[in-house]
Design a protein around this ligand. Sequence first.
Ligand SMILES: Cc1cc2nc3c(=O)[nH]c(=O)nc-3n(C[C@H](O)[C@H](O)[C@H](O)COP(=O)(O)OP(=O)(O)OC[C@H]3O[C@@H](n4cnc5c(N)ncnc54)[C@H](O)[C@@H]3O)c2cc1C
Length: 309
Amino acid sequence: MEVTIIADVADGSLHPVTAQLVGAASSIGGVPTILCPGGVGASEASSITGVSKVVSVEGACFGAYDVGAWAEALEPLANGELILSSASPSGRELVASIGAMKGIPVMQDVTEVSEGISITRPIYSGKAIEQATVSPPCAISIRANSFDDPGSEGDAEISTVSQSGDIRISVKEALAKASERLDVSEANIVISGGRGMGDPANFEHLYEISEIVGAAVGASRAAVDTWEEISHSMQVGQTGKTVVPSLYIAVGISGAIQHLAGMRTSKYIVAINKDPDAPIFGVADYGIVATWEEALPVLKSELSNLVSN
Ligand SMILES: Cc1cc2nc3c(=O)[nH]c(=O)nc-3n(C[C@H](O)[C@H](O)[C@H](O)COP(=O)(O)OP(=O)(O)OC[C@H]3O[C@@H](n4cnc5c(N)ncnc54)[C@H](O)[C@@H]3O)c2cc1C
């Protein structure tokens, strides 16, 4: 069976999981072709044992990651009966987009594959294991470290293909990113607001503080679901982002279990809530029982003094 592997190059180099994808393909007797977006890691990919062919896919759209442009450029070359990617955030997005363009089934976060094609994958945050059978053609993302690296004894042929993608999508994305603020999953300090902020305009107080200390602004799911002005990319929690900053400040957030799942391993947690019984205080290192209207001006002025001294 022909297998197309989308190399994981999201951080600008060939991620070791790519070799594990070859291991997955080989375990079911697949003949893998690796597509290297932007030509990244093509020679390294060609040395992976068992690889039949490497395609270095070049094009202006690969200058910055953008799922729409990358999928558009890679899809015509993904001709295997089975398409594999890593289950990294970008790998999942790409395999889903390419699968949708081809109209084939997509299975995410798979940990075992056997001939047929039968797959195993954890679901419900790992609380259950699903086993399913899917007929090729299909697209699958594979969780890292689920398959062995087959070694680097290979010497596959490398061909180069130029694909245009739609660079307008990349440019649009780059402009959007330039105007975006620091992402919660990257920041060392995160200040998040919940439904207790009362109005999306009140998040401006959080942004003012974030600018003083170089923090990212996050939000609870109730906040992003209630107010369209609060982006879903800011959501912290079980179905949002997991953050592990040095300091997490939760403002007007009750502390539901699903929110705690995304931030409870932060080094220090400060909670501001008017309800002394709010569950957020159960995980907070420092709890301030007050309205944000009372607490944030004080916090802002203390932090300004701290930073300027
Ligand atoms: C399957 C599933 C997945 C979920 N995933 C997530 C997730 O990823 N992330 C997430 O956050 N939630 C998630 N939720 C939702 C979660 O259960 C809660 O509903 C949500 O976290 C509540 O958000 P909140 O704390 O902002 O709002 P609320 O529960 O409404 O709490 C608002 C808090 O603000 C306080 N408050 C009100 N006014 C003020 C004021 N003026 N000053 C100070 N405090 C004030 C109140 O005392 C209250 O504690 C999920 C739920 C489900 C079922």
